[in-house]
Write a protein that binds this ligand. Structure first.
Ligand code: SF4
Length: 312
């Protein structure tokens, strides 16, 4: 696992549990408001253009490098059993790492509960992580078996006990908010969505949206986002959706469209935008947030779609 950081103690990040937080390095999104630029990539935006660091240009290192040794992390976790209850795995985006299942398996073997934060771009991995575990897992190729060993002692349980997924924006704005263009296929998905009018939107608008040139090889695949929502809502484990509400990116009327995407969900947190820290898109630093009155108004709209909506 490529680990970018460790917070050894938290009372806030895993609802109801004392936890440690593991930050994985690297992300396939470039959300303008992201306050973890050093985890997302060793890259900064300069004058509206993405500027890659030397490390990111080095293909062999594949954009990411570990700042924390996995052995050290597991020594720490082993020393805290009985004191900590859970481990939160966040990023960056943890599901871009193919060894995530193996990594979580090791954590579960120490007896911890696991909370996973995700942007929902890897439904195939979420499906594996949220599936009830069986005593024996058959099939899969050699590499699969090596990365995803069976965990007989967890039979009936799951690798992930709580999952939090970001809902970045209404479908047609996803690319703009995530800092990447939408693929052509995704635009078809937007067009198919009855609730959304695409007349005023085009792929060109999304790809040239503020923040400059996104990475050429990266697109937002909306089908995957929708699939992840479905998997999470059907997984029968505690979950949450959350949206950072950034003025200029998300308008109050967008809340309805996002609400339709997660209609019937258990809980949706609307997060106030923080701009007094270093952000992935430096042009957003110092920008105004919605005030509490505006947040409450949006939470009221959001509450019509989900069982509970809270501001944080
Ligand atoms: S906020 Fe966006 S860019 Fe930052 S870690 Fe999450 S998905 Fe990646």
């Amino acid at each position: 696992m490529v680990i970018g950081g460790l917070q050894k103690f938290s009372l806030l990040d895993y609802p109801g549990h004392i936890s440690a937080i593991v930050f994985t390095q690297g992300c396939n999104f470039r959300c303008h408001f992201c306050y973890n630029p050093m985890l997302v990539c060793p890259v900064s935006r300069v004058g509206g253009k993405l500027k890659y660091s030397r490390a990111e240009k080095d293909e062999k290192r594949k954009d990411h490098f570990s700042l924390y040794k996995e052995d050290d992390l597991f020594d720490f976790l082993a020393s805290r059993t009985g004191k900590l209850e859970g481990v939160v795995i966040t990023g960056g985006e943890p599901t871009i790492h193919p060894d995530l299942l193996k990594f979580i398996t090791k954590i579960k073997k120490l007896g911890y509960k696991v909370k996973l934060d995700t942007n929902g771009t890897n439904p195939a991995m979420l499906k594996k992580l949220l599936a009830p575990l069986t005593r024996r897992s058959k099939g899969g190729n050699k590499a699969d078996k090596k990365n995803n060993p069976p965990i007989p002692f967890l039979s009936g349980g799951r690798l992930v006990d709580y999952i939090a997924m970001d809902i970045k924006a209404p479908l047609e704005k996803y690319g703009e908010v995530a800092g990447l263009p939408l693929s052509k296929l995704s635009w078809r998905a937007v067009e198919r969505s009855e609730a959304i009018s695409v007349k005023s939107h085009s792929p060109e608008i999304a790809s040239s949206s503020r923040g400059g040139t996104p990475r050429n090889d990266s697109f937002v695949n909306l089908e995957k986002i929708k699939k992840s929502i479905k998997i999470i809502m059907g997984a029968n484990i505690p979950y949450e959706f959350r949206t950072t509400v950034v003025p200029g990116l998300i308008k109050p009327e967008d809340i309805n469209k996002m609400g339709e995407m997660i209609n019937g969900a258990e809980i949706w947190y609307l997060q106030q935008f923080k701009s007094n820290i270093k952000l992935v898109d430096e042009s957003f630093m110092g920008q105004k947030s919605y005030n509490i009155k505006e947040m409450k108004k949006m939470a009221k709209i959001a509450g019509q779609y989900v069982k509970k909506c809270e501001i944080r």
